[in-house]
Ligand binder design. Structure first.
Ligand SMILES: [Zn+2]
Length: 276
């Protein structure tokens, strides 16, 4: 599933292709359940004629800011991708939403698994979405102290807590495993038992794995592509994720895969001893 680096890459690659253009039509919307709000007829009515002002990201949501105070919020979920195509290019049947632009090109929302979601939000709706998510880990306001506050008193184990979007925005299964390995923290450590040194290490590790992944244009495990239809490269650089049985890059011990909260979790049993 796309996480912060993949959605950030999607937003950055989409922006230069669509900012300044006007949406002149909804050419296809054949899976209306993907539009969570407003009802599909109103969605079609409200979105047409609006110019695209900016494309950005909040947590794992890709936000297309439109004139008039509306924001098209898109969650790629399992298999969603957003790409831009010339007028002549046919949309394959996994493309469930097609937005036509004033220069004839079209934005395709391709979603094989149909878990992707779309919301057209006014200012209050956008504020609610923002409030439902924790701090952005790459924001300068996300300090080690801010992470310590977010973890204080939490008896939850650290790995599932990192996946909780209300605690930290944008982290998912891949980058939680990566950050914990880098910080030498066992995924089952109770969050509240991490000492200051461990929290400082985790803070740095979270930022490092996310920034590195963005530099590699995200990780493409299955469906993920950026706004130009290109795969990311970060899967070639995983530290620990999906490396069960392979040697730890620090100590050579075979990497273990365990299940935490029904999610595959990868760790080095020597570098990441259980504490707390
Ligand atoms: Zn190791």
């Amino acid at each position: 599933m796309p996480e912060l680096p993949e959605v950030e890459t999607a937003a950055r690659s989409l922006a230069p292709q669509v900012v300044g253009r006007t949406i002149v039509g909804v050419e296809r919307l054949d899976w209306e359940r993907m539009v969570e709000t407003p009802p599909a007829p109103l969605f079609r009515e409200l979105i047409v004629g609006r110019r695209i002002l900016a494309v950005r990201r909040r947590s794992k949501w890709l936000l297309i800011e439109l004139e008039g105070g509306w924001t098209l919020a898109i969650h790629l979920r399992m298999s969603g991708r957003l790409t831009v195509h010339d007028a002549a290019e046919p949309a394959r049947h996994h493309v469930h939403l097609v937005l036509r632009l004033d220069d004839g090109r079209r934005i395709f929302f391709d979603d094989e698994r149909k878990f992707g979601r779309v919301r057209l939000l006014d200012a209050a709706g956008l504020a609610a979405l923002d409030a439902a998510h924790g701090p952005e880990p790459l924001d300068e306001r996300f300090t080690a102290e801010a992470l310590a506050r977010a973890l204080a008193g939490r008896r939850t184990r650290i790995k599932p807590l990192l996946l909780d979007q209300r605690t930290i925005a944008g982290m998912g299964n891949i980058y939680a495993s990566e950050a914990l390995w880098l910080a030498r923290i066992h995924p089952l450590t109770p969050a509240a038992s991490l000492n200051t040194g461990a929290i400082v290490a985790l803070h740095g590790a979270i930022r490092q794995v996310l920034a590195t992944a963005i530099a590699h244009e995200g990780s493409s495990l299955r469906n993920y592509r950026n706004g130009y239809g290109r795969q990311g490269q970060n899967q070639e650089h995983f530290l620990v994720y999906d490396r069960a049985g392979m040697p730890c890059q620090r100590c050579g011990t075979p990497i273990e895969r365990i299940i935490v909260g029904q999610r595959s979790t990868f760790l080095c049993p020597v570098c990441q001893p259980i504490t707390g």
